[in-house]
Every structure is written in structure tokens, then in C-alpha cells.
Design a protein around this ligand. Structure first.
Ligand SMILES: [Zn+2]
Length: 300
């Protein structure tokens, strides 16, 4: 889109409930207390094993709760042959998060390849999202240059109770602030009729705390209850590219989410859900199309 159009859309997205996309446009995140966020987060080096085990337990429980959703037995740890998983890795994993979605590794094994930190915030949780309701992965841009920890601090401080499950830094490091089996307010309101067209009609699990209607044209609020939000640190107006490290981390994250649920969720961008949203930027479009078809940004 043109720069002028982008700025218009940016103003539109500056409503309270769409602040998730435009949060750092007008706010100087340099003023955020990054020191305290550092205390609140756990580095992957310090607790990767614990996180992996914990995540595995969550995935196991989710799949146990809804056996029908676990359509691929290889996603469950009980059926996993560790040696076979190593063979399937094909040397594609590294610390930047490069992984293949076409493998049989467990969620914990894929997560262990990601440079991921947990910084869960209770206030970002708006309900339960068991696997049977998971349908979409929604891609977002932060529209700012601030790193993930500062973005999450801003979400926590602005009172809107919005957040995405994951924020991916340009260097490929990832911060997760909402568990996968919980509802986060990352998609906000969608166009009239989108609940029906996207098959996300049940809004009953969402407490809708902090929501503020943005107009009759966008009354639908079902997407949050059926999706995972991934935010990439990126500012559209600069038209800068996405670093390879960041794109590989997104690939790895999607592979992890696929393995966690045992099926592939549809990948959309935020502007699909609500017309006029700025994200993702045009620079991401080729990668989005590749992700939608091959689950990797480069189409491999
Ligand atoms: Zn967004």
C-alpha cells in the first residue's frame, strides 16, 4: 500500500482495541522499564528443559482432552520414537529457530530448537482455548522497532488487555506471553459477517474484558477464541525487509504450533480479519503466501 494510505490506516488502527497493531507508533517504548521485564522473564538457557517439559505436559493434556483433534499420532510423546525424530530433523534446526514443519518431532523437541522465553501475564488471558477450537494462526506486525520485552511491557501497561501469544524479534528470539491453550486479544473486532465466514461463531469462552466496540462495520469478535497470534517486530512505513533470522524463527514457531495441536491451522494476516488493518506489511506478502502453502517462508 502507499505510504499515505498506510498512515490513514495507521490512524484507524489506533483505536483502543486495535492498538495491538499500532502500539509503538506513538509511544516511546524507550520509556518502558525494560529492566523490570528482564527480571520477569526466564532465559531459554536457564530453563529450556523445564519449559520443554512443561510445554509437553500442556500439549499432552490438550490432546488427551480432545482426542479427536489429535489427528496425527506422532505428535504425542507416547508414540514418539526419539531416534526417528532425530533422523527426521535433517539438520534443519539451529538456535535461530529454523525447523521444518514436515517432520515428526514432538512439540518439545521443536520448541527446544527455538530461542524462546516465557513471560506469561495473567491479565492477557481472556478464556480457555482447547484444541478443538484452534483454527487459525494470525500474523501481525508490531509497527515499531522496540524489542519483544518492551512491546509486552507496553501491552501490560496500556490497560487495553491486548496481546499476541508470541512476539518474534528481528534476531529470531521469541517471547511468549500467553499459553497456547488460552485466549488472547490479538485480533480484535472483525468485519461484519466474518464470524460466520471464518467459522468462529462461538464467542462464549471470551470474557471480552477491556473490549470497546469500534463500529457497526466490525461487530464480530470470534477470531480470538479460535486462534494463536504471532507478532513480528517490524515497521511497515520503513519498507525494510524481514531479517532471515526472524523469518526462520517464524517458520520454527509455526512448526511448533502445528506439532502442539497435531494439525495445521490456517495462516492468515490480521488485515484478513479486519479490513483496513495495516498489518502485515506488503514486504511480508510473499512470505505469507509461502507459509500458507508450504509452512515455510521461503517455500522450501
Ligand atoms: Zn495486528
Amino acid at each position: 500500500m502507499t505510504f499515505a494510505r498506510y498512515n490513514i490506516l495507521r490512524v484507524v488502527t489506533c483505536t483502543a482495541l486495535s492498538a495491538i497493531c499500532a502500539l509503538s507508533l506513538t509511544v516511546s517504548l524507550a520509556g518502558c522499564d525494560s529492566g523490570s521485564s528482564g527480571d520477569a522473564t526466564r532465559s531459554v538457557d536457564a530453563g529450556a528443559g523445564v519449559q520443554a517439559d512443561s510445554t509437553q505436559d500442556e500439549a499432552t493434556q490438550t490432546q488427551a482432552d480432545d482426542a479427536a483433534a489429535s489427528t496425527e499420532g506422532e505428535a504425542t510423546p507416547e508414540s514418539q520414537d526419539p531416534n526417528a525424530a532425530v533422523d527426521e530433523t535433517q539438520g534443519s534446526s539451529d538456535e535461530s529457530g529454523a525447523t521444518s514443519a514436515k517432520d515428526n518431532r514432538t512439540p518439545a523437541e521443536i520448541r527446544a530448537t527455538l530461542n524462546i522465553t516465557e513471560d506469561f501475564r495473567e491479565e492477557f488471558i481472556h478464556g480457555e482455548k482447547p484444541a478443538e477450537f484452534q483454527k487459525y494462526i494470525v500474523m501481525h506486525d508490531t509497527e515499531g522497532e522496540s524489542e519483544a520485552t518492551n512491546v509486552i511491557d507496553w501491552w501490560a501497561s496500556n490497560g487495553n488487555l491486548v496481546a499476541s501469544h508470541f512476539v518474534v524479534n528481528k534476531d529470531g528470539s521469541i517471547v511468549q506471553c500467553v499459553p497456547l491453550d488460552k485466549i488472547a486479544h490479538h485480533a480484535g473486532f472483525g468485519d461484519a459477517g466474518h464470524n460466520e465466514s471464518y467459522g468462529v461463531t462461538d464467542e462464549s469462552r471470551d470474557d471480552k474484558e477491556g473490549t470497546k466496540p469500534i463500529g457497526d462495520w466490525a461487530p464480530d469478535y470470534g477470531m480470538n477464541s479460535y486462534s494463536v497470534g504471532i507478532e513480528m517486530v517490524h515497521m511497515g512505513e520503513t519498507h525494510e525487509g524481514y531479517p532471515e533470522e526472524q523469518l526462520k524463527a517464524v517458520d520454527g514457531l509455526i512448526a511448533y504450533i502445528d506439532a502442539y495441536y497435531g494439525f495445521q491451522s490456517d495462516i492468515i494476516e490480521h488485515s484478513d480479519w479486519r479490513t483496513g488493518n495495516s498489518d502485515c506489511s506488503e514486504e511480508f506478502q510473499p512470505f505469507l503466501q509461502n507459509l500458507q502453502t508450504t509452512r515455510t517462508h521461503d517455500g522450501s
